[in-house]
Design a binder for this molecule. Sequence first.
Ligand code: S3P
Length: 429
Amino acid sequence: MQLPTNVSSLRGTLEVPGDKSISHRAVMLGALASGRTVIDHFLSGADCLSTIDCFRRLGVDIRRDGTHVVVEGAGPGGLREPSAVLDVGNSGTTARLLLGILAGQPFHACLIGDESIAKRPMARVTKPLREMGAHIDGRDGGNYTPLSIRGGALRPLRYTSPIASAQVKSAILLAGLFADGVTSVTEPHRSRDHTERMVRLFGGEMKVDGLTVSVAGPQRLRGTHVYVPGDISSAAFFLAAGAIVPNSEITLKNVGLNPTRTGIIDVLTQMGAEIAIEHVRHEDTEPVGDITVRTSALGAVEIGGDLIPRLIDEIPIIALLATQAEGTTVIKDASELKVKETNRIDTVVTELKKFGADIEATDDGMIIRGKTPLAADGIVVDSHGDHRIGMMLAIAACCAKGTVRLERPEAVAVSYPAFFSDLRSLVNG
Ligand code: S3P
């Protein structure tokens, strides 16, 4: 696909699609609950459709009309042994959270995914779930798909996780819903808390005490209504674009502002971006607001520690921002990037170098020296099948002179199927 380049302005208002993390969880908790769950502004991206598909195979009646989804909850003991494999596609969240739920079910299931999923470590969830009593086997001793699981009666677990990962935390807490007693997860840094918030919305209870979250099982959930806010991780591409493309002003409406996800706003503010947040309110249990950004002179930042889980998915676009900021940006403590949809340290560095960026990989992040003009003399860049790399490269192209072709653009459908048309609607507006 030929990308828009040498863009003279990006102007207008967008509503980005629903949050991926929240959409997955709404289907999952809706499937476990008693009664009907109605979801609005659901993300109809490939990852969340994989979640719907898996739960249909587990016997749950789920109807979808665009972004409106109705889940007829199976209730306690209501999931059925699937007669075919569960295919999670490209979705790590589906794989890991589903394993947590399956650990509590007294039947057998097989789980597969695409080529990228086959490289993503699963021992981080299969190990603690085995400790709870689930029988799991799979490639490399249960670290990679294909995996098979037979769940059943679970023991509660007090787990100290070596990594800050909402997928690990959620998998164990979801299993904890079925165990007899208190299951807890302690993390080194706080990760996104959508599971905790949503379990409460469904009438369940989860306690948060510092870096420890606990759930007393067994718990019963009741179907409810879930409005899914716009995904701040999708909004991030336009927030960055608005800051670095000349003569720009972009407003993004109804964006989720959960504090465990707003690291990108902190970083943009620290870099000196002109950014305003308005109409902040709560929708169900999540804060939501409208964000406006304008073209700004940016400076470098240092990013690490507690901030990393709050912006882990935004690091590719932050790397691009750093190429357009004065000074040296250092991103550290982010080795988790190596086990995302691609090794995002490698893919970001390889692809941004094609534009002439001064960027180097480190063991746990990257170092970027700015500001460098982005040149594009007939270059061909590649998403590597990773949605966030594809979208970051499209924003980079907007700032570049010359022509840019993007290979594997269809990867964006994982989280933002209309990304390219939304981008084009702002170009030279
Ligand atoms: C997610 C958690 C994050 C994030 C992923 C979605 C979730 O992964 O990168 O896109 O919905 O729980 P980790 O928790 O493994 O860091």
